[in-house]
Design a protein around this ligand. Structure first.
Ligand code: PGA
Length: 241
């Protein structure tokens, strides 16, 4: 694991975006795995700045997002589809047809999820996956459980995740209880992974991911087994290491 501890959000974003920018420069049709949440926003701003400066183009890039809420439409202000457009896609030249955010309301979830994994595979697999981490060690919406998950699937969110996400909704009752998420196996199939975390609330999860045993009780701990992972964190998130 390439573990780097930075002073602030700006430094984390500079390091994370540098890896993505150099990948897109050397491989203009790179496949990017993207995440929502607060953690990657500053990195996305740097990607937008690099696009605006003419340093990179996303016109041949394909993107696959980790997850999407069920029970709200893609057009909802709290959907991850909306989040990605408002924080990245609307400001770069990626083609809408090359953008993939899971459909949170598929008719047949099982078939839809298998097809989502198949489209990642057919695209050639994810070159770089951007990840955040939950306070409970989740990646995507893979919550602590008894077994590591495989491909994309429909999941029930845990109370701690609902609690963490309620800041985005008017009331806790509005937070969706289910989501479509890439499974742990789909995530770790990525050739390279950049995990970003900041703040004391993430310190225990970061500790368990890096120093704990590899266990589905901390889904992110699986990253210990991946051969190309960058963990970019601030001093607070690193405080229990
Ligand atoms: P955050 O979420 O980036 O908003 O902290 C990360 C996650 O829960 O995976």
């Amino acid at each position: 694991m390439d573990i780097r501890i930075f002073n602030n959000t700006e430094e984390i974003a500079a390091a994370a975006s540098e890896i993505i920018i150099s990948k897109v420069k050397s491989c203009p049709d790179a496949i990017l795995g993207l995440a929502t949440g607060a953690s990657p926003v500053a990195t996305y701003k740097k990607l937008i700045a690099a696009y605006e400066a003419g340093v990179i183009s996303f016109k041949d890039v394909k993107t696959f997002n980790l997850d999407e809420y069920c029970s709200i439409p893609a057009t909802d202000k709290n959907s991850y589809y909306t989040f990605m457009h408002e924080n990245l896609f609307n400001f770069i030249d990626v083609l809408e047809e090359n953008v993939h955010v899971p459909n949170g309301n598929p008719e047949n979830a099982e078939e839809y999820c298998a097809a989502y994994d198949e489209s990642i595979k057919n695209a050639g697999g994810i070159d770089i996956q951007v990840l955040g981490i939950g306070r409970n060690g989740h990646i995507g919406f893979n919550e602590p459980s008894d077994a590591f998950t495989a491909g994309t699937y429909k999941v029930k969110l845990t109370e701690s995740t609902i609690e963490a996400n309620k800041i985005y909704f008017e009331s806790e009752n509005d937070v969706p209880r289910e989501a479509i998420t890439m499974g742990v196996q789909s995530i770790t199939n990525a050739k390279e992974i950049i995990l970003i975390a900041e703040g004391k609330a993430k310190a225990q999860a970061i500790h368990d991911m890096i120093k704990g045993e590899v266990s589905p009780s901390c889904p992110a701990s699986i990253l210990q087994k991946h051969n190309n992972v960058h963990i970019f964190i601030d001093k607070d998130a690193a405080s229990l290491l």
